[in-house]
Write a protein of this length. Structure first.
Length: 130
């Protein structure tokens, strides 16, 4: 496990998450927006990459459990996955080349504020209770 990662239990399964996104991912899933993968972006000190390499943060969702809105500061929305299986929808944020810890923390904070404002996904919570 890398220094910027931590292990948590998510929907009964142990997973490794970037520390900056732990609360975001746990709250999204608790509200019924099922995530599949994520990355909080990284500084040059955290990962080996060439200086001035563009860095992105992203969150992937199960297509069946998407949030009703996405934050206004996202860079793009992408579909991925193979046909016949659950498709995923990813949203990403461009964090620029050589981001600092402070820039990544500010981004994570703005994403967390978006998650706080999301309503609970009543359909998912109902299906889970059956």
């Amino acid at each position: 496990m890398k220094d910027y990662e931590t292990k948590v239990i998510l929907n009964g399964v142990p997973v490794t998450l970037d520390k900056r996104f732990v609360n975001i991912i746990l709250l999204l899933n608790a509200k019924g927006y099922i995530t599949s993968d994520c990355c909080s972006g990284h500084t040059l000190n955290e990962v080996k990459m060439e200086p001035n390499t563009e860095s992105f943060a992203y969150i992937g969702f199960d297509e069946d459990y998407l949030p009703p809105t996405f934050p206004s500061n996202i860079h793009s929305v992408n579909r991925y996955g193979s046909k016949g299986k659950h498709e995923k929808v990813g949203i990403d944020w461009r964090v620029g080349p050589n981001p600092t810890d402070e820039e990544l923390d500010i981004l994570a904070s703005s994403i967390f504020n978006w998650v706080i404002g999301l309503p609970y996904n009543e359909r998912y919570l109902y299906e889970k209770s059956l």
